[in-house]
Design a binder for this molecule. Sequence first.
Ligand code: PLP
Length: 782
Amino acid sequence: MRGTPPRRPLPLFRSSAEDPADPAEPAENPQDPAETPGSATPGPASTPLPRLPISAGAVMTDQPTPSARRRFADALARHESHFDLTDAPGTSTLAAWFLGPKAENQQLLEDLVRSAVQAQADDRRELYPDDPVYVTEEMKRSEAYQQDVKNLRGEFETLLNSLRGSTPAWSYRFQGHMNWDLTLPGIAGYFAGMLYNQNNVAAEASPVTTLLEKAVGEDLCRLLGYAVGESWGHITCDGTVANLEAAWSARNLTYHPVAVAEAIRREAGLAAARDMTVPLPDGTERPLLELTPWQLVNLRPNTVLDLPTRLRNAYRLTDDQLNLVDRYTIQHLGYDSFRRFLKDEVEPGVILASATMHYSWPKAAAVLGIGRDNLLPVGVDLDARATVEARRELLDECLRLRRPVLLDVAVVGSTELSAVDPLAGILDLRDEYAQLGLGYPIHADAAWGGYFAAVKRPKPHNGKPRITPDLAMSRYVNEQYDALHRADSISIDPHKAGYVPYPAGGLCYRDKRQRDLIAMGAAYIDQGAPVDTNVGLFGVEGSKPGAAAAGVYLSHRVIRTDAGGYGRILGQALFNSKRFYAAVRTMARPGDPFTLATCQRIPAERAPHPDPTLVEEELAYISEHIVPKRNEELLGDHKAMKRLRELGSDQIIIGYAFNPVVDGRPNTSLKVANQLNEHIAQRLRLLPELVEPRTPQAHEMPPLIVTSSDFDPALHGREFIDAFCGRLGVVGEDPLTPVTYLISTTMDPWMTDTADGDFIPVLVEALRDTVVRCVEEMNLTP
Ligand SMILES: Cc1ncc(COP(=O)(O)O)c(C=O)c1O
């Protein structure tokens, strides 16, 4: 076989002197003239790596030998530093981060995509240069080839046309789901990675993109406040699978000490550890083998994760001996066989999760065989945040009934209202219950909210203020983000508030040893390898795209995960969402055929017994001092900025509902209000008839796109429903009637300072027209 020639650097990017459109060069931003260009430098990829060592002793099988795996890992580790994101230079010109609502950066995107194709083509030609071509010029001249190419182009054209029926997520008018434009580095990285079609299940099939995934996992951990080195993060296909993995590892963690105790008791090879002691949650130290099953399932997560290391170090047990534990685990036996170790002293475990949980949680409970009934919803307060008091009641019940808490899930940014649960209080509560003998892991479902931690991370370069200010989160929300690093695991999805292409969810463990509990294979064997060669061992997925890692990686390199990068995008989106909230909240004018209520209360409505006069005064202040002001004016008004910060949701999703006014009297029937909101939602969403064949001209597009949902009284509780209906001025005919409301997610960082100024008035006017038309069409009579 002919050898591989030495690689020469790929001319991926021309130097900025040659090409003013160089993406690494700070672009001019006509809408953000005050922005300070960052110290952007090309990423490390501008000096290509030598091809990573598939031949480093590893064989391309699913089960390489440990020594081959180790050699391969060592070889990979030598290249790891190329991809470290710790000191990613980042860039600072927001205008160069997205394609733009009118494809303003088309040329830049074309250049990036063309470079990726060029690099791919060069690579194919340069590697094994003496190998023959297959597609000859003669073939290309053949009629069949030419016809097939014509067909391909035709089919592609048809697909491109069909895709025009997709949701215009990039538009100012798209204020619906948690989805918006993609970052240019996210697209370019994904596209380039996709051309290589790497499979990140195992590094042998993806030597470069596995390192990229590792770098991204570490960067996500860093963003969340986890200690790099001790923690571990990886990319999953989505938030659903991230949550499933968190539930899976937590369940295994809870039952693990039972397996260890059982194995030590029965296996001669583990006899040396029979006198091992462990700390109980209340701090007392007791011999492991004397603990009851209830005590064993209630150790603190750290205590459980320490067990393998302690067995290895204190009792000098070998890997083979440690592996004897495996066959006693719930992972091996399944609950039905495992439960005999629990001796009827422990009832089936539960997962606690905020009532606002995403439906990935019932899925996880079902898939793990825990059962949906054992997923206990924690009641919410009037801000749709799960309360510590409601948790306390459930924990008391768990104690009384001897039901272990497999996992307690705090939602940090709920799917429908971006409500942030009181994570700090939830973590403190665990300490309190530790004294009563309860130990359990806590997961933060920050699949949506995780990237908002960037707003709080200091940026290395300070830019001058911009026209759209990035807004800090409210005091309450800040407190919860300060506590994130204390959660045992966190889901955080780059394909949500990381603005990168699907599929890219993410899961991080505070202590990387937690992933060993779900590892397929010898969980106890700490190979001590510097790089995981087989990421697929530690999660649900098998094959997965290296392209996703490449997309997230490049995005994090160019847009740092701190206040200067993602924090700017999300800080500006926060500001815009709050401005949008203020405008919607005050949009009803005297004589309008509707009133409205927002799911998130204004501060005056948060009093135990809101005073209507104070509510009116606050609304008048918002109408006068916030809604009509330009961003610069607002920025200069300290009081208004302070009040803006406390408006709207915990993040950037707001909820609201309208109520028709008939002959000057607001309707009082929930059923009628629901009909109106369903009607509006129908008008403001993309309908199937718009999809095929859509051209923007062929159908009337909604002037604004929102989404809708229902509050279920069984989940949200009477207090929440009654308070919201009270603000809307309606009562339910039946206490179980769900309440329909509209949802707007504002991920758009620039809609309040477009080239033509603030776009919110356009959106609110469109909303008003739609509401008025819908009320008229309902033909209501008093
Ligand atoms: C809080 C939360 N968790 C988990 C998920 C599930 O994420 P995915 O849709 O990527 O599976 C979502 C999705 O919206 C979510 O909002």
